[in-house]
Structure formats: C-alpha cells, structure tokens
Design a binder for this molecule. Sequence first.
Ligand code: NDP
Ligand SMILES: O=C(O)C1=N[C@H](C(=O)O)C[C@H](O)C1
Length: 248
Amino acid sequence: MKYTLVGYGKMGQQVAGIIESSDEHEVHTVLDVDAVITEESFAGSDVIIDFTVRDAFLANLPIMLASKVPVVVGTTGWDADMPMVRQQVAVAGASLMYSANFSLGVNIFLRTVREAARMIGPFDEFDIAFSEQHHTAKADFPSGTALKAAEMIVEVNSRKKTIVSQLPTEKMINPDELQVAAIRLGSVFGQHSAYINSEFDDIVISHTARNRRGFAGGAVQAGKWLAEKHVSQPGFYTMDDFLDEVFG
Ligand SMILES: NC(=O)C1=CN([C@@H]2O[C@H](COP(=O)(O)OP(=O)(O)OC[C@H]3O[C@@H](n4cnc5c(N)ncnc54)[C@H](OP(=O)(O)O)[C@@H]3O)[C@@H](O)[C@H]2O)C=CC1
Ligand SMILES: O=C(O)C1=N[C@H](C(=O)O)C[C@H](O)C1
C-alpha cells in the first residue's frame, strides 16, 4: 500500500517510521508545510494520511477529495466543521476516515468510559467529569479525544446534557454540565481520565500514551481498511466503523 503523508511534524514522522518498518507498505510522497499541493500530488498513491492543523486540513480537503484517493484524517480541532466536511465527502463521492485518536488502547479506554457512564446513569448519587493532559505544543484545546469522550458520556448519561471546558470565575457548575478540563504540561504524549464520584466511591478510568507509536500504527491500519472499503462503499467513516468490524 502506498501512502502520501500530508504534514511531517511529530505524527507525520511517526507514521513514516511505522510504514518504513513494514514489508507491506511504502511512503509514496511527503507533503509538508512548504509543498504546493495539487490533485496530481496524490497520483499513484493508495491512501493519504493527514496530520497537520485545522486550517491546513480544511484548505487541502477539496484537493484531497478531488484526487479520489481515500483520506485518513488524524488532525483535530475541526469538530465544528464536521457537517460541512461530511457534505464535501459525499458530494465528491470520496472516502474519508476521521478519528481524534487512532490508538487501539485509547479506543478500548473510550468504550470503557462510555460503559461506566451508562451504568451510573440511573443513580443520582454518581457524578462524572473528564480531564486531559498534553504537551505544550498542542494547538487545540480541549483535545479531540476528550471531546469525543464527552460526547459519548452525554449520549449515554441523561443527567449530563452539555459539555463545559471553561468555567466562569463566579459561577458554580450545574449538575447537568459535564466538565472537561485540560492541562498543558511539558512533553506529555496524551493522558485522558474519567472521574466518577459518589459519597462512597471514587472511580478513575485513565489512559496514558507511552509514546506516539500507538496513534501512528492505528492510522496506518485504518488507511489499509479505508482503501479496501473505498472500492465498494465510498463514504465518511470513523474509527468506530473500523473497530466495530475488528471487535465484532
Ligand atoms: N488522531 C490521532 O490519533 C492523533 C491526532 N493528533 C493530531 O494531529 C495533528 C498534528 O499533530 P502533531 O504531528 O503532533 O503536530 P505537529 O505540529 O508536530 O505537526 C504538524 C505538521 O503539519 C505541518 N503543516 C502545517 N500546515 C501545513 C500544510 N498546509 N500542509 C502540509 N503540512 C502542514 C506543520 O508544519 P509547521 O510546523 O512548519 O507549520 C507540521 O510539520 C494535531 O491536530 C493533533 O491534535 C496527534 C496525535 C494523535
Ligand atoms: O496533539 C496531540 O499530541 C494529540 N492529539 C490528539 C487529540 O487531540 O485528542 C490525540 C492524542 O491525545 C495526542
């Protein structure tokens, strides 16, 4: 499988390392910040993997979709643009998979958090909050993974209705608000925790990334899956579509 990498920062380089150490895959082209990107940039490639920044991803999107090469997007910070992106993918008849986090471990963690949030739902005595920690070079806040976790919690727990990531200085949090707190600290690869509290218990469910290889490896695997899917069913996919098939 031939991969074109858009963005060659911390993640782009990790992805290249994973591809280069595999017998199955090769890096076709690397397009970093100075590249002039046209449809032809993707000719001969089986999959595009984008790890850039929100504005770059949105600017390059129409060109990537027009090339009809399936696109795996790891770039975060564009949740508000989701309806527009989905529409562009549909109109182009292209394939795109987005996940805020391609790590298998994180996705197991997210499903564990969702199950815990569902189980405490009927019991008023349990409260829940979420936090994330990342390196100081991170551009978006809170992390895409934290926002995904928060959406999953609100979906299954009827006592939490809105997500708040910044508390005003003179106001208590409402019981139906789910707090998502963010810390920027040194070189932390990514740490996410769900906190559940009652008068009797504290339950903490946490995931800590030990390096970036889990994110990168997951993106490469997702690319292979998406390229196969694209042949018969082009469209917009998430990591959940891929993992539902893997987990059965
Ligand atoms: N889904 C997942 O599993 C994961 C997602 N992420 C997300 O991935 C994104 C990238 O993270 P990370 O690699 O750590 O960030 P980096 O800042 O290390 O890398 C981003 C790279 O994109 C380059 N870039 C900027 N604009 C363009 C452009 N127009 N075309 C091509 N390249 C461009 C940057 O260049 P320059 O620095 O010169 O501007 C930089 O080299 C973030 O949104 C992050 O949240 C991160 C880890 C895992
Ligand atoms: O910017 C990062 O580093 C990461 N970003 C992703 C996110 O926003 O959730 C995933 C991972 O936690 C690392």
